[in-house]
Structure formats: structure tokens, C-alpha cells
Design a protein around this ligand. Structure first.
Ligand SMILES: CC(C)(COP(=O)(O)OP(=O)(O)OC[C@H]1O[C@@H](n2cnc3c(N)ncnc32)[C@H](O)[C@@H]1OP(=O)(O)O)[C@@H](O)C(=O)NCCC(=O)NCCS
Length: 171
């Protein structure tokens, strides 16, 4: 095993995905405000926890917040509402890992599709989702607020979870 690979494996093991708690919300809200021009409010996160949505934080070895995600269960589907990775921690597979865990959860609960909306201008997130196997399904006109009172379209994307076994999650 190369030293580089061993280091990476140590880092991966040291990162922990856990249920989001109220105690984590200060850090979550801080990161949310740093990343988005129109961030979720603290109340949005509190409501998500109270509603029992699937809500996870990913913490680093020193307990620093790397990212979080929130997803809402439907009858036979899951809707990803928020996924955020701290800027310095991007492009290291954290979103892939969180979404991989979400896919496993969907499959274990019989959800057949994972849905999401993403701003049309959000090229990084759209590229990530395409890379992870999501397909463009449609557009929601004027779905998001935008600067100066304007609105921005959402691209609706989905990942079909049928007919795949757990070993190929997000391959
Ligand atoms: C979108 C976001 C969550 C991706 O998180 P990440 O941890 O950097 O993503 P990963 O490292 O797990 O990348 C997953 C795959 O997407 C690819 N990818 C990630 N960012 C990409 C980019 N900017 N351009 C092209 N491909 C990208 C990676 O190469 C990787 O593919 P690979 O494993 O085959 O190499 C992160 O950029 C983010 O938090 N953005 C700001 C918040 C946001 O826009 N959230 C989504 C709102 S809908």
C-alpha cells in the first residue's frame, strides 16, 4: 500500500457521518450562510429536524464540520433538499460518499428514485450530479429567488434506483 493511499484511508476513516443534531446547527447555519446567497434559515433546519427528514452532518477528524445533507422521504421516492460541502473540502469525494449512503438508505426503504432541484447557474453542482448518474428531467421556471428581486429556474434531476444492486451505488 502506498503512503499516499494509506493516508487517504486514515482520513476517510476519521470522517464521521452522523445524524444532524440541534447542537450542530450553529456550524451548519454558519456554513450555509457562507456558501449560498439565499441560505436556508436556522428555522428551516430546525423544521427539517422536527419533521424527521433524513439529516446528516459529516465531521472531520478534529470534529470540524465538512458538510451536511437533508432529504425528505416520499411514498416511494426520496427528495434531496440540501447538500453542502465546505469550500476547502470539495473535490475529495465527500458528496459522493453522502449521496452513496443516501442511495443505500433509499434502496433499503424501497425508494425508487432520488429527486433534486438545482439552480440552472450552479454549474459545479450540476456537473457533480451528472457525474453521479443523475439525469436532467425538467425545468421549474422561476423556482429560486435571485438578486434584485429576480427569479432563477431550477433544473430538476433524478437518479433511478431500480434494478441495481448495492455494489454499484453511484458508480
Ligand atoms: C456540489 C457539491 C456538494 C459537490 O461536493 P464535493 O464533495 O466537492 O463532490 P465530490 O468530491 O464528492 O465529487 C463527486 C463527483 O463529482 C465530480 N465533481 C465535483 N465537483 C465538480 C465540478 N465542480 N465540476 C465537475 N465535476 C465535479 C467529482 O469529480 C466526482 O466525480 P469522481 O468521483 O468520478 O471524480 C459542492 O461543490 C458544494 O457544496 N457546492 C456548493 C453547495 C451546492 O451548490 N450544493 C448543491 C445545491 S443543489
Amino acid at each position: 500500500m502506498s503512503a499516499e493511499f494509506a493516508n487517504r484511508m486514515d482520513r476517510v476513516r476519521a470522517e464521521r457521518l452522523r445524524p444532524m443534531t440541534v447542537a450542530a446547527l450553529d456550524g451548519v447555519v454558519e456554513l450555509e450562510r457562507l456558501v449560498y446567497p439565499f441560505p436556508w434559515s436556522r428555522a428551516n433546519f430546525v423544521d427539517s429536524l422536527a419533521a424527521g427528514y433524513t439529516s446528516w452532518t459529516l465531521d472531520g477528524p478534529g470534529d470540524e464540520l465538512i458538510g451536511y445533507c437533508i432529504a425528505m422521504r416520499g411514498v416511494d421516492e426520496m427528495h434531496l433538499l440540501n447538500i453542502t460541502i465546505a469550500p476547502p473540502a470539495r473535490r475529495r469525494g465527500h458528496a459522493r460518499r453522502m449521496l452513496g449512503e443516501l442511495v443505500l438508505l433509499c434502496r433499503s426503504e424501497g425508494a425508487r428514485r432520488l429527486w433534486l432541484e438545482v439552480r440552472e447557474s450552479n454549474a459545479d453542482a450540476r456537473a457533480t450530479y451528472v457525474r453521479l448518474g443523475f439525469e436532467h428531467v425538467g425545468i421549474r421556471k422561476g423556482y429560486y429567488p435571485a438578486p434584485e428581486g429576480r427569479r432563477e429556474d431550477a433544473v430538476v434531476m433524478s437518479l433511478v434506483l431500480d434494478d441495481r444492486d448495492e455494489s454499484d451505488a453511484l458508480d
